[in-house]
Design a binder for this molecule. Structure first.
Ligand code: F6P
Length: 343
């Protein structure tokens, strides 16, 4: 079996570890051969492929990003039937029997449509946002949180030296998992999530009370938090999947706090794509490797239209359609864990 691998959507640490595990296990255990499509679905539409063999993938375990490149190209954007036909034709022309698609809800949404149209495909979930409902965790998230916490630990010491409020904006789009875990692990005094209305007066009270006891407030804000009642959006075009580019929540928060706390000294740091770059954590290497192994086993067993997913401590294969059904956002129980506590 000749398998084409692609990585789509925003990159995240661990993508190369999936590719490595899939190619090594597929080659050694099942006699498969592999090619990589460059830049996600763009490579499929253009027939842009590179060879992927054991020698190529062996060094990739700890390498950040994706050696295949990524894009937000949507092959179904010009019409689903036409898009499916183009993909099918390219796979036939290149002699590719099946696809291993590594992506988030958009990329896996395309994979689901292809599966429903009879194209042999399996998936592996990735996103630093950890917002896919079909899996208990996605690789990339652990690394992103670790990076954010390290940044906060640094910002806390300089904030304390200057008696300053430090506002830290993190990624996550519509899900506040990165902000929630960063806030908890870094000891933030307030954490603002996309899932909750923002009470600016309450945040200002927290800032005043931390300053009054001689501390330096640390405020973690998710890029999707509705600081002014709705998400802060950049003046940029939407991508091929209809997503707007978020940005500006941290600055909005700082401005509102300045208005409410006279004389406040504050600084904003937007961590942004720093959270997506660099080498994956050990936990993400393990999860990514297990997803790669599982996807190859699904292909070998003919369990097409499935995606590797973590359920508890087990990696299982679930229907692809489940992956893209509902966004996994932070539930009220997790949001209220620290409510009312003064850190
Ligand atoms: O979905 C992953 C993510 O990193 C989000 O947290 C963020 O909003 C978005 O991608 C940024 O995407 P881009 O790479 O297009 O700036």
């Amino acid at each position: 079996m000749r398998v084409g691998i692609l990585t789509g959507g925003g990159d995240c640490p661990g993508l190369n570890a999936v590719i490595r595990a899939a190619v090594l296990a597929g080659t050694q255990r099942h006699g498969m051969s592999f090619v990589g499509f460059l830049d996600g679905w763009r490579g499929v539409l253009d027939g842009d492929v590179v060879a992927l063999d054991e020698e190529r993938v062996r060094p990739l375990l700890a390498v950040g990003g994706t050696v295949l490149g990524s894009s937000r190209t949507n092959p179904l954007a010009g019409g689903a039937a036409q898009g499916v036909q183009r993909v099918r034709a390219q796979l036939a022309a290149l002699g590719v029997d099946a696809l291993l698609v590594i992506g988030g809800e958009d990329t896996l949404g395309v994979a689901t449509a292809l599966h429903e149209a009879g194209v042999p495909v399996v998936g592996a979930p990735k996103t630093i946002d950890d917002d896919l409902s079909a899996t208990d965790a996605t690789f990339g998230f652990d690394t992103a949180v670790q990076t954010a916490v390290e940044a906060c630990d640094r910002l806390v010491t300089t904030g304390a030296s200057h008696h300053r409020a430090m506002v830290v904006e993190v990624m996550g789009r519509h899900a506040g998992w990165i902000a929630l875990h960063t806030g908890m692990a870094a000891g933030a005094h307030a954490t603002l999530l996309p899932e909750e209305a923002v009470d600016l007066d309450a945040v200002a009270d927290v800032v005043r009370s931390v300053l009054a006891r001689g501390g330096a407030p640390l405020l973690v804000v998710s890029e999707g938090a509705p600081v002014l009642g709705e998400q802060a959006v950049k003046d940029a075009p939407v991508d091929a999947f209809g997503h707007v580019q978020l940005g500006g929540a941290g600055e909005q928060l700082e401005r509102e706090l300045q208005r409410r706390v006279p004389g406040l000294s504050s600084r904003v740091t937007v961590l942004g794509h720093l959270l997506r770059g660099g080498t994956p954590s050990a936990a993400d290497r393990v999860l990514a490797t297990r997803f790669g192994l599982s996807a190859v086993e699904a292909l070998a067993a003919g369990r097409l239209g499935t995606m590797a997913a973590l359920r508890g401590v087990d990696v299982v294969q679930v229907p692809l359609a489940e992956a893209t059904g509902v966004l996994r956002t932070v539930p009220p129980a997790r949001r209220s864990e620290t409510a009312g506590l003064r850190w």
